[in-house]
Design a binder for this molecule. Structure first.
Ligand code: 13P
Ligand code: SF4
Length: 347
């Protein structure tokens, strides 16, 4: 396709950068200037201003996961957090439209908890390697193989998989969920490394599935030892989706929000977050005095969500998440059982 055509279609739909837009977004830029270079802000500002206006018109709220880029996380989101917090927020909201800036399973969870509301995901292809590692048929086979053993399912799964499960968990409450079950063995799916982490914190026998997060499985214990040699006084926080030898090197293991809370309460001088890239940027905005060392692995799925796609999503009310009502009814029970256990963390 000729380049001038591409340019024209882009500029036809892009909101304009005006002095008013810069005024409207000045306070937001002041907050994020530490992590977004000044030269980049004119690219984001027109979208931030347009989305801020349109979400009010549409009476929509925007939920954003901790891995979203700073211009989304700090620029347009009404509520932010880890998977558990987003599920809780989705359950508690009274607006008619939710735009989920995160991946598909998060939007599905929001829809399960709000069947009568419109839940939009700006890019339908924002998937997850854990969610695609297992199907409902796989879970049915596991249940045949281990009759009567309860199935604990990480929320990073499809509604179809949740529907075959007894209860869901997130990385923030996985140990408490497993401990809450009246059984001395548990099928834990699909994240092998989170399952191994849980197994180390409970006396119950854990039956694992070999699903991995394509982002966290890339970190190595050797990398972390290298960082510790280079930066003597560093605090290392790791997500439990990392391999066990990586977690053994960490000072703290927990969900994305668990890590943020730990940094907030300990206020170390230097921090290394062994997780997706945008986390450190988003947390650095809140704690500019802390030095963040950034071993960066991007989640390609989270990064499919961009400001232009969020604007398009609100303009065209797409992509609305739909779930087969029979599947949804059963999947909802698994999510609700988890939420009913209350706010508990891995540590
Ligand atoms: P959290 O629940 O800790 O936010 O993790 C979600 C996720 O996808 C991590 O890769
Ligand atoms: Fe899935 Fe890993 Fe991306 Fe989280 S970081 S959404 S677990 S692929």
């Amino acid at each position: 396709m000729p380049i001038d055509m591409l340019d024209k279609s882009t500029t036809d739909t892009a909101p304009a950068l005006t002095p008013e837009v810069l005024r409207e977004t000045a306070a937001i830029y002041e907050k994020v200037r530490h992590v977004i270079p000044e030269i980049e802000w004119p690219v984001h500002a027109p979208y931030v201003a347009a989305i801020q206006r349109l979400k009010v018109e549409r009476k929509a709220i925007i939920l954003a996961h901790n891995y979203q880029t700073p211009e989304i996380f700090h620029g347009i989101a009404d509520l932010t957090g880890d998977s558990l917090a987003l599920a809780r927020e989705a359950a508690g909201t009274d607006v008619q439209t939710i735009v989920l800036c995160g991946v598909h399973f998060m939007a599905e969870t929001a829809k399960l908890l709000n069947p009568s509301k419109t839940v939009l995901i700006p890019d339908l292809e924002a998937g997850c390697s854990l969610a695609s590692s297992i199907t409902g048929a796989d879970v049915r086979l596991l249940k045949e193989r281990y009759p009567g053993v309860p199935v604990v399912t990480y929320v990073n799964t499809s509604a179809e998989v949740k529907a075959e499960s007894d209860i869901c968990c997130t990385s923030a409450n996985a140990v408490s969920v497993v401990e809450s079950l009246d059984s001395d063995q548990v099928i834990f799916i699909p994240d092998e490394f989170l399952g191994r982490y849980v197994a180390g914190q409970t006396s119950k026998k854990i039956i694992l599935w070999k699903g991995h997060c394509e982002v966290h499985e890339k970190f190595t214990a050797g990398d972390l030892r290298g960082y510790r040699e280079q930066f003597k006084d560093i605090m290392v926080l790791a997500h439990p989706e990392c391999p066990p030898d990586v977690l053994a090197e960490a000072d703290y293991v927990g969900s994305t929000s668990g890590m943020i809370n730990e940094v907030g309460s300990r206020r170390p001088r230097r921090v290394l977050m062994v997780t997706e890239c945008s986390m450190s940027d988003n947390v650095a905005v809140e704690f500019p005095q802390i030095e963040f060392i950034r071993p960066c692995n991007l989640c390609p799925h989270m990064k499919k969500i961009t400001l232009p796609k969020v604007l398009d999503s609100l303009q065209s009310m797409k992509h609305a998440v739909e779930i087969d009502p029979l599947v949804a009814e059963r999947a909802r029970q698994s999510v609700r059982r988890m939420l009913a256990l209350g706010k508990q963390s891995t540590r």
